[in-house]
Design a binder for this molecule. Structure first.
Ligand SMILES: [Zn+2]
Length: 252
């Protein structure tokens, strides 16, 4: 069983590296998603502003037509004034002219205001378009970099998969099943040390008889508390990355 547990520790080291690389991958993927989302939001924002801009321009065109119309009415009234006989009618047309003049003035003021709005919005739209171009380039560069990182990680994973397969093939089926089951239930360590009479995975005391068995290394032992596979800590001495309990395992 000592040999089996050593193999299992080897497998666990490989699997933990896999976990770490997979976590790095999802972090990169998430960042890329966020960037894409941010750019989309900016583009939506710009589209909305362009639509508003179009509405203002339509309104400005309408004002221009209004001005023409009032001018024509004013000219017609002034023309009418020349051929009027009675004073009463003359006064009425003069009032009419005053009204048209006021309306013309007012409409012209509105048109000037719209011109100002158009100028401001135009600048803002241009700035936004420029910003989007820059962002798009920046994000494209980040996407390229992120994808390269993902590809690199996949390469490393691919290379380590052979080692993983080799380790798995040497572990007895029932041991492997238990190991896979524990890992499927929670991330982190599935094989932990038993030291000074307690489990290093959950720090609960082990039954003394079980601890003695674990020291002998002939049996396959599971912690009664956290259900992890146990080995005697001295067996792992000198192994690469000797089984420190990681925080993920501790927290679960
Ligand atoms: Zn335990």
């Amino acid at each position: 069983m000592k040999k089996q547990l050593a193999l299992l520790r080897e497998l666990q080291r490989i699997d933990l590296q896999f976990d770490e690389l997979e976590a790095q991958k999802s972090e990169i993927q998430q960042k890329l998603e966020e960037n894409r989302g941010f750019l989309e939001k900016l583009i939506d924002d710009l589209d909305r502003q362009k639509q508003e801009f179009e509405d203002v321009r339509n309104l400005r065109r309408q004002k221009k037509a209004d001005i023409e119309e009032v001018r024509e009415s004013l000219a017609a009234s002034q023309e009418k004034l020349k051929s009027i006989g009675s004073q009463k009618e003359f006064n009425a047309v003069e009032v009419e002219i005053e009204v048209f003049k006021k309306k013309l003035e007012q409409t012209q003021e509105e048109a000037i205001h719209l011109d100002e709005v158009i100028e401001t919005v135009e600048t803002s739209v241009e700035e936004k378009e420029e910003k989007i171009v820059q962002l798009r380039e920046g994000i494209a560069a980040e996407v390229a970099e992120g994808e390269q990182q993902l590809a690199d990680i996949d390469d490393v994973l691919e290379k380590r998969r052979n080692r993983q397969e080799a380790a798995r093939s040497e572990v007895q089926k029932h041991v492997l099943r238990k190991y896979d089951f524990i890992r499927s239930r929670r991330p982190g360590l599935a094989v932990v040390a038993a030291k000074n009479g307690h489990c290093e995975g959950c720090y609960m005391a082990l039954p003394p008889q079980q601890f003695i068995e674990i020291q002998r290394g002939d049996t396959f032992d599971i912690c009664p508390s956290c259900q992890r596979i146990l080995y005697y800590w001295e067996e792992a001495k000198g192994e690469e990355g000797e089984a420190p309990v990681d925080e993920a395992a501790e927290a679960s």
